[in-house]
Design a protein around this ligand. Structure first.
Ligand SMILES: Cc1cc2nc3c(=O)[nH]c(=O)nc-3n(C[C@H](O)[C@H](O)[C@H](O)COP(=O)(O)O)c2cc1C
Length: 219
């Protein structure tokens, strides 16, 4: 049993240019299909559906249970998940601002001691690899350590149809194998981490204490 995965769709862009807009829908649909094919229970998290408060006020800045309903619900989903798939386009060589903004609304205690998988894509030839480098740092700081394998999809519009299926002429078997390398690592770590969390109960406190308590001792 792998438990529950959340697939974050890292794009809010609904109009072009550049076209096609919201390639992320196709990439995250492909991830959902592949996970379903492996009997993994996965839910899609779409930032367009989540009404975040403005100005910025993260979930952890509210008193317990007082955050807006949508935020509270997502916090519960994040906390109860066993792992995460972070799907991001590359915008100016960085991860998507829609994804980092959404994730910044939630504290690391909700994500920590669970694995994540990095999935990047682009309309061009690099497949979001430059964004992926920064995502490793970002996700590590959140406490959901990224597995070593990553998925990068260059020219995603030539690989996936709108429903996430493979376009004609694409070698789906090879792509499935490529996706599996990352998802199999994710599932292995999710299972191992869930076992460790449920076995001991208590987690080391590194992610749940005042940030200043993480400082190195003063000499
Ligand atoms: C603001 C912006 C910046 C972009 N920067 C890059 C980039 O640095 N590297 C890249 O390969 N593609 C870049 N692109 C092209 C995207 O790969 C392409 O538009 C893709 O469809 C974006 O994903 P989305 O449609 O899901 O939003 C950029 C697109 C936008 C809108």
């Amino acid at each position: 049993m792998t438990g529950k995965m959340l697939v974050f769709l890292g794009s809010e862009r609904v109009s072009g240019p550049p076209r096609p807009a919201r390639l992320g829908e196709r990439v995250s649909a492909a991830c959902m299909t592949r996970l379903a094919g492996k009997d993994v229970d996965a839910a899609l998290i779409d930032p367009v559906d989540i009404d975040l408060p403005h100005p910025f006020k993260p979930h952890f800045a509210y008193s317990k249970g007082k955050a807006p309903e949508a935020m509270e619900r997502l916090a519960e989903e994040i906390e109860s998940a066993d792992g995460y798939v972070m799907v991001s386009p590359e915008y100016n060589h960085m991860m998507s601002p829609a994804l980092s903004d959404l994730l910044n609304h939630f504290g690391s205690s909700l994500f920590s001691y669970k694995p994540s998988a990095i999935v990047t894509y682009s309309a061009g030839q690099w497949g979001g690899t430059r964004a992926a480098v920064g995502m490793r740092t970002f996700l590590s700081e959140l406490g959901c350590l990224p597995v070593s394998a990553m998925i990068h999809v260059p020219h995603a519009q030539d690989v996936f149809a709108e429903d996430g299926g493979y376009l004609d002429g694409v070698d789906g078997e090879r792509w499935d194998g490529y996706l599996d390398r990352t998802f199999d690592q994710l599932c292995w770590w999710a299972k191992a981490a869930a076992h460790a969390r449920h076995e001991d109960g208590a987690r080391p406190g590194a992610f749940i204490i005042n940030p200043s308590e993480r400082d190195a001792p003063k000499s």
